[in-house]
Every structure is written in C-alpha cells, then in structure tokens.
Design a protein. Structure first.
Length: 186
C-alpha cells in the first residue's frame, strides 16, 4: 500500500481517539515495552518526545529517566543529532517538538535500544514515517534494537511499499500486540 494513502487513513483514525483512550493506550504500550528483554537489558535508550497525535512518551520518560540513560533526537538540517535527555534542558525545536539543548552529542553506535515513532507498521517491520526520512537516515547506521510503537490500528494488514533506503524495526508494540519481526538476511 502506498505510504501517502496510509498517512491519510491513519490521520483520520487518530482524530477519533479520546484523551482517555490515548492515555490508556500509552500506558498499555509502555507497560509491554518495559517487559521486553531489549528494554530490561538496555542502559542507553534513544526515545523521542511525542507529538499530540502520537502515543505520549512523557510519563514513560518521567518514570524511567533516573534509572536508564535516555537520549532524544534534535533536528540538524536533514539529519538527527542525539543528545542526552534532561527534562530541564529542553526547548521547542523543529516541527514544534521538544528537543534537547546543548552540544553534548552522542554516537548512535553507543545506543542499545531505539524506540521509533511511526505512522504505521506492517508485519514485516516496514514503517511509514512522516515522510522526511530523518529516522531512516539515523537508523541506517545502527545495530541497536529498534522498537516501533503505536495504536492497534497503526499495525496494518497490508504490506507497506518500502523503498530501498527504508529501515525496518525489530519489534512492533501496540496496546494489544507484541510482534517480533522475522528479518531475512541478505
């Protein structure tokens, strides 16, 4: 299925979610994430600050930031820089997303787990992002475990038309699903 069609369909579905449903879904997704071996074993985790239409990451960051070392992305031209998370050192950056301030950049190779935002995922680990390619460029250079999170309806039955530069996730977690992806070696 074409990515733009998926974006329109998911956007329309997100408009129907109530605040209570969104909070409950985030709670359920992050409770599952906390039970994964990848999360339990990782010390250095790349998260993201959620947009209003995404599962909220705020409570999760608040709950774990003293026990895990979190990093957040910051837009730098067409790429993402990775900086340590400090909730007292954030500002509104590109695309109206809270981003870390400072110049203490982290290396993607030091990250053990990446929680990846997405508009939709298919059973093969393909992901539809917002269309700018930031995460595909970032994920191309890492061997970290990549976990995509979203609402149940963001896990779609149709195959996503993936481009050669698209990077798959390793696990997809929704309110009612924990889907490990079987990657085929090239």
């Amino acid at each position: 299925m074409k990515k733009e069609d998926i974006r329109h369909r998911i956007k329309a579905r997100k408009c129907m979610i109530t605040n209570d449903e969104a909070l409950e879904a985030a709670e359920r997704v992050f409770a599952q994430l906390e039970q994964t071996a990848a999360f339990m074993l990782a010390d250095r985790i790349l998260m993201y600050h959620s947009l209003p239409d995404e599962l909220s990451t705020r409570s999760f960051l608040d709950r774990w930031h003293t026990r895990k070392q979190f990093f957040l992305p910051r837009v730098n031209g067409v790429n993402l820089d990775i900086l340590p998370y400090d909730n007292s050192r954030l500002h509104i950056g590109a695309f109206n997303i809270e981003e870390p301030t400072g110049d203490e950049l982290a290396d993607i190779n030091d990250i053990e787990l990446i929680v990846v935002p997405g508009v939709a995922y298919d059973r093969n680990g393909n992901r539809v992002g917002r269309g700018k390619g930031y995460y595909d460029r970032l994920l191309a250079d890492t061997h970290a475990v990549k976990i995509g999170i979203g609402y149940d309806f963001q896990f779609i039955d149709e195959d996503i038309d993936a481009d050669p530069h698209d990077v798959k996730v390793d696990i997809i977690i929704t309110e009612n699903r924990h889907h490990p992806v079987k990657h085929h070696r090239r």
